[in-house]
Design a binder for this molecule. Structure first.
Ligand code: GDP
Length: 298
């Protein structure tokens, strides 16, 4: 599934690099290195990292006639090293419900990611309740309700336009009363009113923290992989203001720019916790640099 989800990026790396080899082997000279560099840049990994990988290929093979597999091995090893981080699943509370806030710009795939995360946690035997805190968008509440029904998890919601913090309060309260393991709080994602939004997110944090001291235990930022470098810089301020603890990188299946994990790792001082590679709850995985590399070069 991961392999299928990353096929667009995988095609650039594998097919395009393979196309550099017209015969069995090829001489690693400046022309080859320049062509390789251009391919790497196309995956959106950034010019610095692409240069670093090219330089490693140069160190390993310059002046030699090499086979495709040798080059791919070096590229993969270097790329995995650039994406490396400890695998970081959600940190669960020692006792009582774990509160996870999910933030992100509208359209990034926030609602879908919440559904995927709920489904993932449920499959691990956790009981989950959703808090429909994006009260500004009726469609978001509706969409989340449909997911809750489909997944068989509880949902706490309120009238459109009501205070998101009160939804958070009720959802956390519901979890406490009903011994639920995890509360996932949806939040608004409208960027044009940044200050209001940040105040709103702060209020949700405070309200959750009033009910459970350490809450929210996680604040996950949903990032759209297809938004490219622009999307990253936009989300940076957002992540700092919302005190995020990790990233869910979505829509990796929709882009050949899966190398974007590298600048994300460099831009945010945050782990990529989960990735989304499609529209269904199954298209979701814990991020692991090696597995990601394996899927890209499978
Ligand atoms: P929100 O506005 O941030 O809540 O975004 P939604 O969760 O409603 O997602 C916006 C659109 O992106 C919907 O059509 C989703 O089906 C789609 N989407 C979300 N995640 C993924 C993903 O990982 N892959 C693909 N291909 N589509 C996705």
């Amino acid at each position: 599934r991961l392999k299928q989800g990353l096929v667009k990026t995988s095609r650039v790396l594998n097919t395009d690099i393979r196309d550099l080899f017209k015969q069995e082997g090829r001489l690693v000279d400046d022309e080859f290195l320049t062509e390789l560099y251009a391919i790497l840049v196309r995956t959106d990994m950034g010019v610095g990292p692409a240069g670093k990988i090219r330089d490693q290929v140069k160190t390993d093979f310059r002046g030699r006639v090499v086979h495709l597999s040798e080059v791919l091995t070096t590229v993969k090893t270097e790329l995995v090293a650039l994406m490396q981080q400890p695998e970081t699943p959600i940190q669960f509370a020692e006792s009582g419900p774990t509160v996870v806030m999910v933030v992100g710009v509208n359209g990034s795939g926030k609602t879908t990611s919440i559904a995927k995360l709920a489904s993932y946690l449920k499959s691990q035997g956790k009981s989950v309740v959703l808090g429909a805190g994006d009260t500004f968008r009726a469609a978001a509440v509706e969409q989340l309700s449909i997911w809750a029904d489909r997944l068989g998890v509880d949902i706490v919601k309120a009238e459109q336009g009501s205070d998101p913090a009160s939804v958070a309060f009720k959802a956390v309260d519901f979890a406490l009363q009903n011994n639920k393991d995890v509360v996932i709080l949806d939040t608004a994602g409208r960027l044009q009113t940044q200050t209001n939004l940040m105040n709103e997110l702060d209020k949700i944090r405070r309200v959750a923290g009033k009910k459970i001291e350490a809450a929210p235990h996680e604040v996950l930022l949903v990032l759209d992989a297809t938004a490219g470098q622009n999307g990253i810089s936009q989300a940076k301020g957002f992540s700092e203001a919302a005190q995020c603890t990790g990233i869910i990188l979505t829509k990796l299946d929709g882009t050949a720019k899966g190398g974007v994990v590298v600048p994300i790792r460099q831009t945010f001082n945050l782990p990529v916790k989960y990735i989304g590679v499609g529209e269904t709850p199954e298209d979701f995985a814990l991020f692991n640099a090696e597995q990601f590399g394996d899927a890209l070069f499978a």
